[in-house]
Design a protein around this ligand. Structure first.
Ligand SMILES: *[C@@H]1O[C@H](CO)[C@@H](O)[C@H](O)[C@H]1NC(C)=O
Ligand SMILES: *[C@@H]1O[C@H](CO)[C@@H](O)[C@H](O)[C@H]1NC(C)=O
Ligand SMILES: *[C@@H]1O[C@H](CO)[C@@H](O)[C@H](O)[C@H]1NC(C)=O
Length: 614
């Protein structure tokens, strides 16, 4: 096997980890503040994106691919691949298939929707890999994506968050302003279609704050209205670990940090950078999916857009003093832009949710004092009219909290946002706990350590979410960071944050996902919405799995009609209330393998025409 483990060891993942390992202790109070803030700002970048390993790839024919680039093809579909047919849906079903926000919660198909999911920005990259490379199980990247999403759905997971771009030039995406590589786009198309196939919903982010390919810094470098660079870019050919250079210490390193911080902040005000961003939004929302012919704007598989992942406009630097305002103006302008082009999808920020100057009383809940100087202001930002829900991320390891304080911090972090969220002048908006995870160093990647260190964090996080849902607080759910997606033989896909399918953490995740699935699917659509109330039916004799529509169950559930003891609708409504039955708003949802009524789906999912019993 020449998929070189050694190459990977010295590869970008290692490099990216160097700095935080050095910085395990809180920065000394003697170091200049701007330095501390920067160091921390960079630390925060670490969990965000570690590009798929750069490696030489040997094909099965023995042909050596000098670079991964040669094995990048875009999704390789088997000859018999056919996108699944559009389900027959009624007008009402179509209308209600987009996620909405009611007072405090998400609603989809006229009933509550909770997210139980994961982050996996690598999906688009994985989908581009040819089966000629030495992949796990000799599968094409497309097959790996398919297997990954199928098994996630089988565990009750319903939501995936990822980037609407890639993070390294090895997987080409937007190669110049407005110029796209079709292989990258087709891979995104493929991931969306595969998610749809398994009944998963997707959250996409337009851009990443961090210093990667297609990120904020690249937009500024593309700009002709921003000043030309005077210091060499710390990007290393947009391949590998672009942050390494700015970890440099000494006067040269500090100068570069100041320079990069100032330049980075230009993204939020520079005319060209704003134009490129707006064009990218327009391009994506109008993209016609090459695999299923759905325009992104009209695809309910997408439930929300992130405007930007983990934005930073760092205001500790004198020249960036206006950063909070600058970022707020940018959010207002861009959220309005997205809304004008895509009225169907929810819009959110993608920020960690740090409290800023507008809420001095909430500063105490920030992980550290520097958090208020990064440009974010949770309440002010979330109050914008075109921000539909709030996001919170939690990275206590990178925020340098002691181990024993982490569970309490996480609980307070979530609680304080729900309280602050309920206090928004624009009305309560649901809060999504959009990223959380537990870092394990290389020597902690053992079954026992995973059980001791990571599983309790997942358990306590999920317990907070479940408690909030039971308490009818404005929580939307959570997404862990991140699912490990092994693509290449011998690759350590897990890294410091990845949860492998074989890890004990998966059982914790599955328990929670099933809790969320029961919560969501124990409520039928409100009767006035004119949707169905589909229940799984199993024919004991023939073994045939199917779904039947009993709208009377919804009527009885909401007590719109007097319950009759012998009425099947009333009985099902009682079963729902007692947690003894699951109900789905459409036949398609009921028959989906994994997320529907049966793990394997219906026996004949789309054979019969969908008919509504009156
Ligand atoms: C900036 O760089 C571009 C491209 O190299 C060049 O054409 C332009 O003259 C430069 N502008 C200034 C002000 O130096
Ligand atoms: C998207 O592409 C499909 C397949 O080429 C086509 O049938 C459909 O009309 C296109 N949709 C739009 C809105 O252009
Ligand atoms: C809610 O708003 C009121 C009035 O603006 C303020 O006094 C209070 O501290 C706020 N509470 C929270 C938790 O933000």
């Amino acid at each position: 096997m020449s998929a070189p483990a050694a190459d990977m060891e010295g590869g970008p993942q290692k490099a990216a980890l160097k700095a935080p390992q050095k910085q395990q202790k809180p920065p000394s109070p003697h170091i200049p503040r701007f330095f501390a803030v920067l160091a921390i700002g960079l630390l925060l970048a670490i969990p965000i994106a570690v590009p798929i390993v750069v490696m030489k790839v040997t094909g099965k024919s023995g042909k050596k691919y000098e670079t991964l680039e040669a094995a990048i093809t875009g999704p390789e579909l088997s000859k018999d691949f056919v996108p699944i047919a559009d389900e027959e849906v009624t007008k009402e079903e179509q209308k209600e298939s987009f996620l909405k926000v009611t007072d405090k919660s998400f609603e989809r198909f006229c009933r509550p929707y909770y997210t139980a999911g994961f982050n996996a920005y690598e999906l688009v990259e994985a989908a581009m890999v040819s089966r000629r490379a030495e992949t796990v199980g000799d599968r094409s990247g497309a097959q790996i994506v398919d297997d990954t999403l199928r098994s996630a759905a089988a565990r009750g997971i319903n939501t995936v968050r990822m980037w609407a771009h890639t993070t390294t030039a090895l997987y080409p995406f937007q190669v110049a302003p407005g110029k796209y590589d079709e292989r990258g786009l087709k891979s995104l198309d493929f991931v969306l279609e595969t998610a749809r196939k398994y009944g998963l919903q997707v959250i996409l982010s337009f851009i990443d704050n961090w210093k990667y390919y297609n990120g904020v810094d690249q937009y500024v470098d593309w700009s002709s209205t921003a000043p030309n660079r005077t210091l060499a870019s710390p990007f290393k050919d947009l391949v590998g670990d672009p942050t390494a250079a700015i970890y440099g210490t000494g006067p040269a390193g500090e100068e570069l940090k100041r320079y990069e911080t100032e330049r980075h902040a230009l993204f939020f005000s520079d005319p060209d950078a704003k134009k490129f961003y707006k064009n990218h939004v327009a391009f994506l929302v109008n993209r016609n999916n090459s695999i299923n012919g759905r325009v992104y704007r009209d695809d309910p598989t997408i439930i929300a857009w992130n405007l930007i992942n983990e934005p930073r406009c760092e205001s500790w630097l004198a020249s960036n003093k206006d950063c909070n305002k600058r970022f707020q103006n940018w959010l207002a302008e861009m959220s309005t832009h997205v809304r004008s082009l895509d009225p169907n999808h929810l819009i959110t920020i993608g920020s960690e949710g740090f409290y800023g100057d507008s809420t001095p009383q909430l500063m105490q809940y920030n992980p550290q004092a520097w958090a208020r100087e990064l440009g974010q202001d949770f309440v002010m930002n979330t109050n914008l009219p075109n921000i539909d829900f709030a996001t919170v991320h939690a990275w206590p390891d990178n925020w340098m909290l002691p181990q024993d304080k982490i569970p309490a911090f996480l609980d307070k972090w979530v609680q304080s946002h729900m309280t602050a969220g309920a206090n928004l002048s624009s009305g309560s908006k649901p809060i999504m706990f959009e990223e959380f995870g537990k870092k394990l160093n290389a020597d902690q990647q053992t079954e026992w350590m995973i059980q001791q260190l990571r599983d309790p964090i997942y358990q306590s996080t999920y317990a907070s979410v479940e408690k909030a849902i039971d308490g009818k607080q404005p929580i939307a759910g959570s997404l862990f960071w991140k699912l490990a997606i092994p693509v290449f033989d011998g690759q350590d896909a897990r890294g410091p944050y990845g949860v492998d399918d074989s890890d004990s953490t998966m059982a914790v995740i599955q328990d929670h996902s099933e809790f969320m699935k029961r919560k969501m699917n124990s409520v039928p659509p409100r009767p006035e919405c004119n949707l169905g109330a589909w229940f799984g039916t199993l024919d004991q004799a023939s073994g045939e799995r199917n779904c039947a529509n009993v709208p009377a169950a919804a009527t009885a559930y909401f007590a719109k009609a007097p319950a009759k003891a012998d009425d099947i609708g009333s009985k099902l409504a009682d079963d729902l209330k007692a947690g003894k039955a699951l109900v789905f708003p459409t036949k398609a949802a009921c028959c989906k393998p994994g997320t529907g009524a049966f793990p394997e789906g219906c026996t004949t999912p789309s054979a019969k025409k969908l008919r509504r019993s009156a």
